[in-house]
Design a protein around this ligand. Structure first.
Ligand SMILES: Nc1ncnc2c1ncn2[C@@H]1O[C@H](COP(=O)(O)OP(=O)(O)O)[C@@H](O)[C@H]1O
Ligand SMILES: [Mg+2]
Length: 342
C-alpha cells in the first residue's frame, strides 16, 4: 500500500484560447499511494478536472512530470497514451448520462468496454453481471438509463468504469447531482470497490464532508495542492480502574481530522486567504524562525507607512482632534486641585 501509484512533480497545464493563456495547473505536486482512496476538493476553476484529465490520459501536461503505475505520461506516444487510458483507467463523470449509452441496458453498458477491447464469448457477460452485483444492481441488469434513478445510473457508471479491470478509478464530482443519502451510498460503493479490487481511487468533490468517506483529502487552490486533511489516529483512551477497555466505545468515537498545509519542493506554501485578509497582508511578509516554529508577520510598505503617518498628522489638526486635546489638557489641570479638595 505504501508504494506510490501516482507521482505528479511540478505539473503545469496551460490552455491557449486564441491569444489568451489560462494556467490551469501551476506546479502541482501530488503523490498517491497504491490502494488509496483520495478526495480532491477545491473551488470551481481551481484545476481539479484538468488534473483528472491528465491522470486519465485524456490530456497532456504542458510541463512537469507525471507517472502513473510506472508509465511516464509525458513520454507516451499518442497511441500508447490511448492504450494506457483504455487499459489502466476507469472514469466516472458527474452526469450519469455522460457515462452511459441510453439505448443499451445496464448489462450491455457494462459489457461495451470489454467488447470494444476485443473480448468475446461468455467472459464479458459474466464479468458484467459480477460487477453489477458488486455495485448492488444485480436486479437491474435489463434496465435502461431512463428507468433508473441518478444514484443507480452512477452505480452502473462505476461498473462500466471497472469493466476493463483498471488500476486507477477517477471520479469527477460523481455525487454532484444526487441527494446526500444517495451520495453516501455512492461513497460506500467506492470504498468497497477500492478494497475489493485493490484499486486506487480519486474522487473530486464539492462535498465538505468528503473527509469522512476517504482516506485523505487534498485541496487544490489556483492549480496547486494547497492543503491536506488527514484522519487523526483514534485517541487511545485509558479505561478507568477496573473498567474493561471498550472496543465499541472506540468505534463510536467521531473521527478527528487535521488540515495540513502543503509545502512544495521549492518551499512554497499557500496561506489561507482569510488569514491574509485578517492581517491585511499583501505583497511581502516578515518571516521569523522561532523555537520550533516559523512566524509570518505583516510588514507595512514604505508608502503604507507614509500614508499612515500622513493620516495621523491630518487627524491631529482637525477641530475634533484639537477639541480632544483641549479637553485632555483641561482634565490634567483640573485633576490635581480635585484631589486636593477631597
Ligand atoms: N479545454 C480548456 N480550454 C481552455 N481553458 C480551460 C479548459 N479546461 C479548463 N480550462 C480552464 O482551466 C482552469 C481550471 O479548470 P478545471 O480544471 O476545469 O477546474 P475545476 O475542475 O477545478 O473546476 C479554469 O480557469 C478553466 O476555465
Ligand atoms: Mg471540474
Amino acid at each position: 500500500m505504501d508504494e506510490p501509484l501516482i507521482i505528479c512533480d511540478n505539473l503545469v497545464k496551460i490552455y491557449k484560447v486564441a491569444t489568451l493563456e489560462v494556467v490551469a495547473l501551476q506546479g502541482l505536486d501530488l503523490v498517491v499511494k497504491r490502494g488509496e482512496l483520495l478526495g480532491v476538493v477545491g473551488a470551481s476553476g481551481s484545476g481539479k478536472s484538468t488534473l483528472m484529465n491528465i491522470l486519465g490520459g485524456l490530456d497532456r501536461p504542458s510541463a512537469g512530470r507525471v507517472w502513473v503505475d510506472g508509465y511516464d505520461l509525458l513520454k507516451l506516444s499518442d497511441f500508447a497514451l490511448d492504450r494506457y487510458r483504455r487499459a489502466k483507467v476507469g472514469f466516472v463523470w458527474q452526469q450519469g448520462a455522460r457515462n452511459l449509452v441510453p439505448y443499451l441496458n445496464a448489462l450491455e453498458n457494462v459489457m461495451l468496454p470489454m467488447t470494444l477491447a476485443g473480448q468475446s464469448g461468455r467472459q464479458p457477460r459474466r464479468r458484467a453481471q459480477e460487477l453489477l452485483s458488486t455495485v448492488g444492481l444485480a436486479e437491474r441488469q435489463r434496465h435502461y438509463l431512463q428507468q433508473m434513478s441518478g444514484g443507480e445510473q452512477q452505480r452502473v457508471a462505476i461498473a462500466v468504469a471497472l469493466a476493463n479491470n483498471p488500476s486507477l478509478l477517477l471520479a469527477d464530482e460523481p455525487t454532484g447531482e444526487v441527494d446526500s443519502v444517495t451520495a453516501l451510498a455512492i461513497y460506500e460503493t467506492f470504498q468497497e470497490l477500492t478494497q475489493h479490487y485493490g484499486l486506487t481511487t480519486i474522487i473530486v468533490s464539492h462535498d465538505p464532508d468528503i473527509a469522512y468517506h476517504v482516506h485523505r483529502v487534498v485541496a487544490i487552490r489556483d492549480g496547486r495542492t494547497s492543503s491536506e486533511t488527514v484522519r487523526q489516529p483514534a485517541a487511545v483512551s485509558t479505561p478507568a480502574d477496573g473498567e474493561a477497555p471498550s472496543v465499541a466505545g472506540v468505534a463510536a468515537e467521531a473521527p478527528r481530522f487535521e488540515e495540513l498545509v502543503v509545502v512544495d519542493s521549492a518551499g512554497r506554501l499557500q496561506v489561507p486567504k482569510e488569514y491574509l485578509q485578517r492581517l491585511a497582508i499583501k505583497g511581502r511578509v516578515r518571516l521569523e524562525l522561532r523555537e520550533g516554529e516559523i512566524a509570518i508577520q505583516p510588514v507595512q510598505s514604505a508608502t503604507e507607512a507614509h500614508e499612515a503617518e500622513k493620516l495621523a498628522a491630518e487627524l491631529a489638526t482637525t477641530p475634533q482632534a484639537r477639541g480632544r486635546r483641549d479637553v485632555a489638557e483641561l482634565f490634567r489641570r483640573w485633576r490635581p486641585s480635585g484631589r486636593r479638595r477631597s
